[in-house]
Write a protein that binds this ligand. Structure first.
Ligand code: ARG
Length: 472
């Protein structure tokens, strides 16, 4: 059945000889998701109207009426009382129709010198700019918690792993600060992308600009944009800023996912390195003894959808000829989803990380089970003028011996060690204990407790300083 769409309802229906099918309306409508941009749409419209009035393209009185109308609409939207109509297609036409129903003629003048194509590009940029600021703010919160834990556990020793096999002793603080390095690069990336997002498309109109004597600088200033998009065709058509943001958000989730994976391992019986308070865990409906790390597991899982969203956006853009195509309407949902996923994940991690409790004894016991200072013994022999390759060979033999004897390296008597190499002396023991190994790695970027304490403090100061510059 053909739904009877009244011609006056849709602003573009003038050249159409018959109403659009209901199924086509439903298929092409975006208002159910792009209404998320409503307040940004109003903000951009107000700036556009002010510029039109300044350039005498509309009258001062028109502008006054437009402001009045938008005040009412904004209230309706915030109160959840705005009547969104699918037949009006998108957020722009819903708001414009309501404006005209409230203020009449001046509402119809608002669209002078613009198009929904530059409107939507502007709305997304305005929205993303605020979302990036919020995400970076949440990141700083999370990072402060992480660095706080690193400071607290600056000298707590545990195995560092390669291939998930015990490799060398590290401090827990150092391990946590590795994640802070990743997160600090994530923040840096987000802020670099923000600078490219923060450019004004309005004025590009449908694709070729407008014949009206507009002033784009005024609009940019009113909206807090740092500059203008300098080619009208590009401005309405490309979404690379959204794609690179999705890519940065995917990396955020990959980093979070790696941390999650470690937390899951550390909470498992085999490791038993950490404990999460009950309020961050859930139980099993069948196994009464279970306490599951659902939050890290979900975060690991959610990284998949954020990566999926990135792929959607890349493929969405790939085949499009210039300039605007309706395909671009499909950018909203993946973008919204990635932003929401990262926001909720960072928020819950910011709450959870400071609550991690550690099982110190299990961490140290895991170190003592293995031979994590074998490299230190090899380095010792190199210091006594042996080549590293020869020293590696000798230490391999010592380790085989120790395994057979079920003995830790530092428990092997000097006499026995000297049977493997005459270069070994009494002082060897200060190098091959776990504490000695850690203590010796005191350079910048090393795992020594002194270095970790210093780095954690430095990071904390930096984060607090950056936090003050954010306008959230
Ligand atoms: N809903 C559209 C989008 O998200 C807005 C622009 C529509 N422009 C058009 N010419 N149909 O991209």
């Amino acid at each position: 059945m053909v739904h009877q769409l009244e011609k006056k309802d849709v602003s573009w229906s003038g050249r159409f000889s018959e109403p659009v099918e209901k199924s086509v309306q439903d298929y092409t409508s975006s208002v159910n998701f792009d209404r998320k941009l409503a307040l940004k749409d109003i903000k951009a419209s107000l700036a556009h109207a002010e510029m039109l009035a300044t350039r005498k393209i509309i009258t001062k009185n028109d502008f006054k009426c437009i402001c009045k109308g938008f005040k009412i609409i904004e209230k309706e939207i915030v109160a959840g009382k705005f009547q969104w109509r699918v037949e009006l297609e998108d957020v722009h036409m819903n708001i414009e129709a309501r404006l005209t129903s409230l203020i009449g003629e001046p509402g119809k003048k608002l669209h002078t010198g613009r198009s929904r194509n530059d409107q939507i590009a502007t709305d997304i940029r305005l929205w993303l700019r605020d979302e990036i600021d919020f995400i970076v703010f949440k990141f700083f919160e999370l990072r402060l918690g992480l660095v706080g834990q690193a400071e607290k556990h600056f000298d707590l020793m545990l195995p560092g792993y390669t291939h998930l096999q015990v490799a060398q002793p590290v401090t827990f603080g150092h391990h946590l600060l590795a994640y802070d390095e990743m997160f600090s690069r994530d923040c840096e990336r987000l802020l670099q992308i923000r600078a490219r997002v923060n450019k004004l498309p309005l004025g590009s109109a449908a694709l070729a600009g407008t014949s009206f004597d507009i002033d784009r600088e005024i609009v940019a200033k009113l909206l807090g944009f740092d500059g203008l998009c300098e080619n009208s065709i590009d401005a309405v058509s490309d979404r690379d800023f959204a794609i690179e943001l999705s890519s940065a958000l995917s990396l955020v989730m990959i980093h979070i996912s790696r941390l999650s994976e470690e937390m899951i391992l550390w909470m498992s019986g085999g490791f038993d390195f950490i404990k999460l308070p009950d309020k961050f865990c859930t139980g099993s409906s069948i196994m009464p003894q279970k306490k599951n790390p659902d939050v890290p597991e979900l975060a690991r899982g959610k990284s998949g959808r954020v990566i999926g969203n990135l792929v959607s956006l890349l493929v969405l853009m790939k085949g499009q000829p210039l300039a605007y195509n309706k395909d671009n309407q499909e950018d909203k949902e993946p973008l919204f989803d990635s932003v929401e996923t990262v926001k909720s994940t960072l928020s819950i991690f910011a709450e959870m990380i400071p609550n991690i409790e550690v099982h110190k004894d299990n961490m140290i016991a895991a170190l003592e089970k293995d031979y994590p200072t074998a490299t230190d013994l090899a380095d010792y022999l190199v210091r006594r003028n042996l080549s590293f390759r020869d020293s590696h060979e000798i230490v391999s033999k010592i380790v085989s011996y120790a395994i057979k004897q079920n003995q830790k390296l530092e428990m092997i008597p000097l006499k026995v060690l000297q049977q493997f190499s005459k270069l070994i002396r009494e002082d060897v023991y200060s190098y091959i204990t776990i504490g000695g190994s850690i203590l010796s790695r005191k350079h910048i970027g090393g795992t020594s407790s002194k270095q970790v304490k210093k780095t954690a403090r430095l990071k904390k100061t930096r984060i607090l300083k950056q936090l003050r510059t954010l306008n959230v």
